[in-house]
Design a protein around this ligand. Structure first.
Ligand code: WT7
Length: 637
């Protein structure tokens, strides 16, 4: 494949950017010409932010898997689509060529059909990072079912909530997953999530760990048995379902400032064009290169830059089952050397954690295949940026700092490798099609450079979320009402003298823990479920490796056994309700929380105390009882 829309130099970037702003429809229509359509669009873009409605390529028909698989077969069918590296370095790696992946996706689409799946049905996928996760996800897209992948770290309760919200009827899972030295009992968690559930018709279980399982007659079936049945049918072919451009491709749940996670909705054509365009441009992918995105497919990064972006570009995508520190802290570098990885895309938290092991794990590792490095998920501190640049890129590979969100589908602000300059800790410039702006508290745009404000986007790009599943009003309220006529990102941001953007972090009650979004309200709700808890307040604090840690202030009605024990009980409660990723790092027992006379918790003060910055607490006179603050400071952990 060649990419005629790949931006090759700075001048071309400025030209593309200008065109995308001045003539967005012509600009995107030109790019869309390079995809496979069953029918072309009637209109390129229909939009309004108030009320919120966006449609890209309306009237067009396509199937994203024809773009990710079928169209590569003739010329590149034998090129590796997915290279899979197992959790254990002892297990042989596996390669699926485009032809093999195409075959397996169609085969599993037949399995789905035999099990009663139809276009538009919601399927929850809860699997480890095995190749079958990619196959299952693409098979849903092939048949036109809406996938909702749930990260393997979420608890039974979190899954149950998502199943209900998505009105899902099917689940694809594994017996278990290997993650470092741990074995995660995925099917067991699903069983717990399904207690009392009468909506799930079928659970398809892929064998990975051979853990003993309960398999319920009439509901649970083995992946391998189902494959055998379609094999004996003899016809592996499965025609790609015809989808409208705006048919839902997937739902992905993400946290916000209210208690309940939202099902972010992405549709077919716009998402496809956006992930492909950003993949090809930001990383400057060249045919034949090996792209290694270390994210899990359970997050948006994996959806967009392990699956849909790379595969629609005919790229080779490396999928890794394990973790960076297993069996030791040189695992990433071993993988880079073994597979001659050209593009490494990872999270600042992983870089910081590896930094902690020193340079020894990098010694004698041949990293010269690396051409482009990337980061995503949270602001990268300068120290980590330089470590990555010097020790991994050997000062020879650009680092793309890619800012985006679950809601944006793909990268919105980033430097472009070898095309636009990188600046440590800056995401730098918007992609063509992206019109960022900074607004003040009142929603007034702050013009000019050297500005600081809330980051908004003025105009739709093809990958923008279309709704929040089952509750469009919530989508409008969350993203399009706070600042009228803008998409509000929830991030604070500054723009320097040259117009480069630097993301400073969330300005709402959302934490970013190891690059994962966690709502403080969600954690508080979980903590409050513990029998002894009367009230709680959760804030973030700077954490050396995770970026942000979770600090909980808890009013407790009588300590059970001892404080340490109670802390563990509370953490376990959070694990059960959300998942281990949301466990508080610190729990401070308090007798009261700083509240205003109207009963509002003053989080600003709680944040300052958790950060250990008590010199500038600001005005505390509006507090109902200002003495509370002194007690909190004394008890700080
Ligand atoms: C939030 C989105 C984008 C996929 C992974 C996270 C933060 C993301 C950066 C970056 C600074 C970043 C923002 C954003 N974020 N990338 N390069 N620099 N901050 O997706 O879970 O939807 O979280 O992650 O705060 O709003 P997500």
């Amino acid at each position: 494949m060649n990419y005629p829309y790949q931006i090759k130099n700075l001048e071309a970037y400025h030209k593309a950017y200008q065109e995308s702003v001045e003539q967005p429809e012509a600009f995107w229509a030109n790019i869309a010409e390079h995809f496979t359509w069953k029918k072309k669009w009637d209109s390129v873009l229909n939009w309004s932010f108030s009320p919120y409605k966006v449609e890209w390529f309306k009237g067009a028909q396509l199937n994203i898997t024809e773009n990710c698989l079928d169209r590569h077969l003739e010329k590149n069918g034998d090129r590796p689509a997915i290279v899979w590296e197992a959790n254990s370095p002892e297990q042989a790696a596996l390669t699926l060529t485009y032809r093999q992946l195409h075959f397996k996706v169609m085969q599993f689409a037949n399995v789905l059909k035999n099990n009663g799946v139809k276009k538009g049905d919601r399927i929850c996928i809860y699997m480890g990072m095995v190749p079958e996760l990619s196959i299952a996800t693409l098979a849903c897209a092939r048949i036109g079912a809406i996938h909702s992948v749930i990260f393997g770290g979420f608890s039974a309760q979190a899954i149950a909530d998502r199943l209900e919200d998505a009105k899902a009827e099917f689940i694809i899972t594994c017996d278990g997953a290997y993650r470092g030295a741990k074995e995660i009992p995925l099917k067991d968690v699903i069983d717990d999530a399904l207690i009392g559930n009468h909506s799930i018709k079928r659970v398809i279980v892929y064998t990975r760990t051979h853990a003993p399982l309960s398999m319920i007659k009439g509901r649970d079936v083995w992946w391998e048995d189902e494959i055998k049945k379609v094999e004996s049918d003899g016809n592996p072919y499965f025609p790609a379902e015809t989808m409208d451009a705006e048919d839902i491709l997937f739902i992905l749940y993400t946290s916000g400032s209210t208690g309940k996670p939202k099902g972010v909705v992405h549709t077919t054509a716009g998402y496809m064009v956006w992930t492909n365009y950003t993949f090809v441009n930001v990383f400057q992918y060249e045919p034949g290169q090996i792209h290694f995105c270390t994210a899990d497919i359970g997050w948006i990064t994996g959806h967009s830059y392990i699956l849909y972006g790379p595969l629609s570009a005919g790229a080779t995508s490396l999928m890794f089952e394990g973790i960076p520190t297993y069996p030791d802290a040189s695992r990433f570098w071993d993988i880079v050397e073994k597979h001659k990885v050209n593009i490494l895309y990872t999270a600042p938290t992983a870089i910081r954690s590896l930094m902690g092991f020193g340079l020894e794990p990098l010694q004698n590792k041949n990293l010269c295949s690396l051409k482009v490095l990337g980061t995503v998920g949270e602001p990268i501190n300068e120290e980590a940026w330089h470590w990555y640049d010097e020790n991994v890129g050997k000062k020879n590979s650009p680092i793309v700092d890619t800012w985006w969100q679950t809601e944006t589908g793909g990268i919105l602000i980033s430097n472009i490798a070898n095309v636009t300059p990188g600046v440590p800790s800056f995401a730098t410039l918007p992609m063509p099609g992206v019109q960022p702006c900074l607004v003040d508290e009142k929603g007034i745009e702050i013009e000019g450079n050297n500005a600081n404000g809330n980051l908004c986007i003025k105009f739709p790009w093809p990958g923008i979320l279309r709704s929040t599943y089952g509750d469009h009003e919530r989508c409008e309220k969350t993203y399009f009402s706070i600042y009228k006529n803008y998409y509000f990102t929830g991030d604070g941001c500054l723009r320097d003298a040259k117009g480069n953007y630097r993301i400073t972090g969330r300005v709402d009650d959302v934490l970013n823990v190891s690059g994962h979004r966690i709502g403080t309200a969600e954690v508080e709700n979980a903590i409050n479920c513990h029998t002894g808890v009367i009230e709680s307040a959760v804030v973030g604090y700077p954490h050396d490796i995770k970026g942000q840690g979770i600090y909980a202030y808890v009013i407790f009605s009588g300590i059970h056994e001892n404080e340490e024990h109670t802390r563990k009980d509370i953490s376990l409660t959070v694990s059960k309700i959300i998942g281990a990723i949301a466990k508080p790092d610190k729990i401070q027992f308090v007798s009261a929380l700083p509240k205003t006379r109207s009963g509002k918790i003053m989080r600003r003060i709680l944040r300052k105390i958790a950060e250990g910055d008590t010199s500038t607490l600001g005005d505390t006179t509006t507090l109902l009882d200002p003495t509370v603050v002194e007690i909190l400071i004394e008890g700080r952990l």
